[in-house]
Design a protein around this ligand. Structure first.
Ligand code: AMP
Length: 299
């Protein structure tokens, strides 16, 4: 594996790989790797011939009130994870390399960015789509691997790639959980032991909502009450939203049918955490996708 920091190096190395007939797999990240990131690297390794990981804590996607300065970082540890996952190139640009001048051009995806996390983070997705568009431009034609932990992000980035005809196939990968159900996140490192235990209420609430839908509940309001009711039992967890939306366009549904996304966000101590599941409802047949639990060795 080589670690590089310059845009022209990344461009050249990806062009070279494709010139040799290799398919490029790309995993954009903000680092502080856990098993969720590793699963994306493994998927890229399985589907592509040349794997590029970017590690960049993107200032543009943090509001001034958010946790940019305190975002956890461990470049040395992250490099070891990439090495072990068979990554070919780790791209770690400096902020000045990504944004050498004040940025006048941003990418905005309408509609999909308005609900869910867009409500409390109104500038977040423009920061994400702008940096991902830049990274896609640097890497060039590739498959790009994103985790469904950030379900709204996958939908937004996929739509951006389609609308702008970017030569990138956006691949959504399973949400990876801790053994006790907590969705893995770099931000879990902010939690003290009490908060860490309380945070499991998010996945417990999703399980309970899944059970209600499986038992025949089709009213989004009722599912919201199940989620909010259980989450309210944990005083350390302050609910931001609990919603049932169409899995395609992310708009609220009036009845639970077809494929829906059940998504929650909450503040726990210093951390803002998100979690979700996808539910496919076809008459009485209900399929729930809550993701996968990381094997212990991957934690
Ligand atoms: P981040 O470093 O948090 O920006 O995440 C980089 C990529 O890893 C994104 O595509 C995330 O969706 C993905 N990711 C983060 N946490 C998880 C998780 N628990 N399961 C699956 N993918 C994840």
């Amino acid at each position: 594996m080589i670690t590089i920091g310059r845009v022209h190096e990344l461009r050249a190395i990806c062009d070279d790989a494709r010139a040799q007939g290799k398919r490029v797999g790309f995993v954009p990240t903000m680092g502080y790797f856990h098993a969720g990131h590793r699963s994306l690297m493994h998927e890229a390794r399985a589907q592509a011939d040349f794997v590029v990981v970017s590690l960049f804590v993107n200032p543009l996607q943090f509001a001034p009130t958010e946790d940019l300065a305190g975002y956890p970082r461990d470049l040395a540890g992250d490099a070891v994870v990439c090495e072990e996952a068979g990554v070919d190139v780790l791209f770690v640009p400096a902020v000045e390399e990504m944004y050498p001048r004040p940025i006048c051009t941003t990418v905005h995806v309408d509609g999909l960015t308005e609900g869910l996390c867009g409500k409390s983070r109104p500038t977040h997705f423009d920061g994400v789509t702008t940096v991902v568009a830049k990274l896609f431009s640097m890497v060039g034609p590739c498959q790009a691997f994103f985790g469904r932990k950030d379900a709204q992000q996958v939908a937004v980035v996929r739509r951006m790639a389609q609308d702008l005809d970017l030569p990138v196939e956006v691949v959504g990968c399973p949400l990876v959980r801790e053994a006790d159900g907590l969705a893995m996140s770099s931000r879990n490192s902010y939690l003290d032991p009490d908060e860490r235990r309380a945070a499991t209420v998010l996945s417990r609430a999703l399980h309970e909502a899944a059970a209600a839908i499986t038992a025949g509940e089709r009213a989004p309001d009722a599912v919201h009450r199940v989620l909010a009711g259980l989450i309210a039992t944990e005083p350390k967890v302050e609910l931001d939203y609990a919603e049932v939306v169409d899995a395609g366009d992310l708009t609220p549904v009036t009845i639970i049918a077809g494929e829906v996304l059940v998504a929650v966000a909450a503040r726990v101590g210093k951390a803002r955490l998100i979690d979700n599941m996808t539910v496919s409802v076809n008459g009485a047949n209900v399929e729930v996708d809550l993701g996968v639990v990381a094997r212990e060795s991957e934690g």
